[in-house]
Design a protein around this ligand. Sequence first.
Ligand code: MG
Length: 398
Amino acid sequence: MVYEVPAQGGEVVVERFEDAVDLCLAVVTLRLEPLGKPREQPRAVRAPSGHRGESAVGPDVPPEHRIVDRGALLVVASLHAMTIGAMERPEVPLRERLPDRVTIVEVGPRDGLQAEKVTVPTGEKVEFIARLVAAGHTVIEATSFVSPDAVPQLADAEELLRLLPPGTGVRYPVLVPNERGLERALAAGVREIAVFVSASESYSRKNLRRSRAEALAMAAPVVRRAKDTGLRVRGYLSMVVADPWDGPTPVGTAVSTGRALLDHGCDELSLGDTIGIGTPADVQRLIGAYLAAGVPADALAVHFHDTYGQGLANVLAALELGITTVDASAAGIGGSAFAKGAAGNLATEDLVWMLDGLSIETGVDVRKVAAAGTWMCERLGREPAGRVTRALSAVLER
Ligand code: MG
């Protein structure tokens, strides 16, 4: 069989099942062809959706860094879907249950850097944020107004905010622990803050040095005053699945604590599996309970850690229930304070790679955000945690 494959997208119509299988094999063979002689980057077959997946298969790329163009994989995937249709096997595609657009809240500069041993100079933080903006991010948690004694890595909050790239449609929320922090944030001219509470008792006492109820009570006037001043307020709820000391967090407790933050006036609630131990079943159980309690999906965000490798699966489970805001950190910067050597924040580039593949719009360029994370990891003296960054390491711009 001979098929014309459009160089710039379009559809390939295959009439017979056997031909579809042959074409799949041909595409896979083309993409998996090992090196040997340099040749033109194979672009004859592309995904019909104009997908951004790029190929690391140019003649300059060493074999160990070569990857398969995901555009080709999408062609294979769509052919696969077609062959299923030809076999009249009923199926509800995953894509139909997912949103068309996801807002990524990039937390690398705050949640990420505060957990790193190295304190990054202010100028380099500004450059990191500028690179994240250039990658397409529109929401970047910039810094925190916690006590410099508690988090010395972010002691330069005021100076950093003065140096931020002038905003054109980019939001820069900052973390605020108490009324003193809110004063500093307001004086620095911030337009958006985040407060934080733990759904579990032990983490609250160890991290915030007060009970869960006391932490909620402390957050209430901060949220109220911020709303009265016209700020947008995000609430973070930690340990929504389990706590390292208390064990599993009861769903009812996670929901009632989060509801209290929303009732105080938070515009959005970010549900954090801080130890990354949850699986998609935990995620859907929790979000389902929120929805059943009358909280709309667009008031919720998810904040997953990849400690047990469940980050992307958990995002997918959340998207399926209508969540459209997802937190992530470029290169997975942040680490985990609870599992030595384990992964921390879900890497933004891994998230974008998955969402790109599902044709879910984020506005974020996967290569640029991977490059931004790699650039910061070089300053931190650590390896990027994102799997996509590792896969693309040979072809990323510095
Ligand atoms: Mg985190």
